[in-house]
Design a protein around this ligand. Structure first.
Ligand SMILES: Cc1cc2nc3c(=O)[nH]c(=O)nc-3n(C[C@H](O)[C@H](O)[C@H](O)COP(=O)(O)O)c2cc1C
Ligand code: SF4
Length: 501
């Protein structure tokens, strides 16, 4: 992952945990209304993909064990990981694009209800994404993928200083390109071809020459609405529309979206499809069902959307009746590191990725609560526009003091913690019971994120190893105060996963 050049190592902040009485009287452990329902507490586990679904997107016992563990810590809400809305192969990512996924999803809902004694509300994040191919070997790219044209012949003649290329056969052109060095290729290929060669071909919402991309505005509202309906029928308390990070809907919202069909360019056009998706979902599930979204407070890429865009989008969504807005930051493909040959580009490796999941190796601001100002500005604007839709903040939050301060200052309505909850899913409950000293504190060094990057089963470096001979780390967090692992924990990791899509 990219690290700020200053690379200042920040120690975990000293903190004072509240007594049980203080916790009970605190804002973080007070109720909050989200549209038609109430959360018992303002504590929240945001979406995290743990790579535990089957290869065809079904809930597994490992998925159940994962969420059961979070539910026992009784957060106000858990958002289930990004779950694909379409019925297309996506590797071990959860899917909700067909009714056949519902029995597994129902079991997931029942598991969380039981484990939290009904105290935790369960939302599911629903996502659409475009195709991302692995970086090809150079030989394969030139022998199979590139479409050879006269423009290539012209540039080869010029760059290589050999007129003969103007009339060369396609085979000769392909063979010669394999032998070109990077400098020559930069001048012979167009920028998209250079990108496809060095990073792997990645579709973008601007590829309107492709029918399925051109048709996204016609297709997606219905697909999201059907997925939301399945979520409701499966028993989830609400859906979270994934409008953040590197995926389709965030790409429509992006300042880099230049579509000229009324869905790109000025921000009024960029928000159009996300709004149409929301309306289609709302129409399908009705007003008595929670529909929220996750958006980016800032994209953190050159030419990308900034806070003022996010404020505008949030006001539009709140006016349209969205029940909550969860604010994230960055996590884009555009500045991601070049993957090795055979790997797909991963959107959390560049600066925007750092801003999404900041580590303790930081700049002078450090990682703790780093993204709160974005949520605060959005909350101010949404409230001033007359909406009380709760705003959720996340990013480097791992102490009660920080969370409580954010709420006290009115910077957000709900405080979420992903990695801190991964490190210790009981941390909300421990804090609530005045036992904060027992919290296993996240170190924010992103061992978990490195596993996610390789699409390996996500675990935490603070969890001990089980399976002595093989030195495997357990698959769910250790029990509070010890205790024997559940059967799901003892299963060995499965075969290497496929790309996220
Ligand atoms: C392993 C892992 C998987 C994640 N998967 C998702 C996801 O599916 N959807 C999403 O919106 N954010 C995802 N995130 C981002 C988190 O929800 C969160 O925004 C980020 O980690 C910053 O919060 P934190 O500092 O509390 O961890 C993921 C984070 C991690 C560590
Ligand atoms: S591996 Fe564990 S300690 Fe490290 S950042 Fe992830 S959750 Fe925190």
């Amino acid at each position: 992952m990219w690290t700020p050049p200053e690379r200042i190592r920040h120690a975990l902040p000293e903190t004072r945990w509240p007594s049980e009485e203080e916790a009970r009287g605190s804002r973080w452990f007070s109720p909050v209304r989200i549209g038609p329902l109430e959360l018992r507490h303002r504590t929240w586990v945001p979406a995290m993909v743990p790579w535990r679904a089957t290869e065809d997107g079904h809930v597994t016992d490992d998925v159940l064990a994962w969420y059961e563990r979070f539910a026992r810590g009784k957060p106000g809400a858990i958002v289930v990981e990004a779950t694909g809305v379409r019925d297309v192969p996506s590797g071990p990512l959860l899917r909700i694009g067909h009714d056949r996924f519902m029995p597994g999803l129902k079991r997931l809902v029942e598991t969380v209800r039981r484990a939290s004694d009904g105290d935790t509300r369960l939302f599911i994040q629903i996502i659409d994404f475009l195709s991302v191919r692995r970086r090809p070997p150079k030989e394969r790219y030139f022998s199979r993928f590139i479409q050879v044209s006269d423009a290539h012949r012209d540039r080869m003649a010029e760059v290589l200083g050999e007129e003969g290329w103007l009339s060369a056969s396609e085979t000769a052109v392909r063979e010669r390109l394999v032998d070109c060095d990077d400098g020559d290729l930069d001048r012979i290929l167009d920028s998209r071809e250079v990108q496809d060669l060095r990073y792997g071909a990645r579709e973008s919402v601007g590829d309107v020459h492709l029918e399925h991309i051109r048709e996204l505005p016609r297709v997606l509202p219905g697909v999201f609405a059907a997925a939301a309906e399945r979520a409701r029928s499966s028993g989830f308390d609400g859906v979270e529309l994934h409008y953040a990070h590197a995926y389709t809907m965030a790409s429509f919202l992006s300042r880099r979206n230049r579509r000229d069909d009324g869905y790109g360019g000025p921000r009024e056009n960029r928000v159009r499809l996300p709004l149409e998706v929301f309306r289609a979902v709302r129409e399908r599930v009705g007003d008595a069902y929670v529909v929220g979204s996750r958006i980016l407070g800032e994209e953190v890429i050159d030419g990308g959307s900034e806070l003022e865009d996010a404020i505008y989008f949030s006001e539009v969504f709140a006016r349209a009746g969205m029940d909550y807005i969860s604010v994230s930051k960055g996590g884009k493909f555009e500045d991601a590191k070049q993957p090795n040959v055979g790997w797909a580009v991963y959107p959390y490796t560049g600066r925007s990725g750092y801003e999404c999941m900041p580590t303790v190796y930081s700049d002078s601001r450090g990682p703790f609560g780093r993204n709160v100002p974005l949520a605060a500005a959005i909350k101010r604007a949404v409230n001033e526009a007359g909406s009380s839709a709760p705003i959720v903040t996340a990013g480097g939050i791992g102490t009660f003091e920080l969370a409580e301060g954010i709420l006290e200052r009115g910077e957000a309505d709900i405080v979420a913690a992903a990695r801190a909850s991964l490190a210790d899913p009981d941390w909300f409950l421990k804090t609530f019971l005045g036992l904060g000293d027992e919290v296993r504190r996240c170190e924010f060094t992103n061992y978990c994120e490195a596993l996610d990057q390789k699409h390996k089963k996500v675990t935490c470096k603070l969890w001990d190893r089980i399976g002595v001979e093989r030195g495997e780390r357990r698959l769910v967090a250790p029990e509070w105060g010890g205790g024997s692992p559940s059967p799901g924990e003892l299963r060995s990791p499965s075969s290497p996963p496929k790309g996220r899509g």
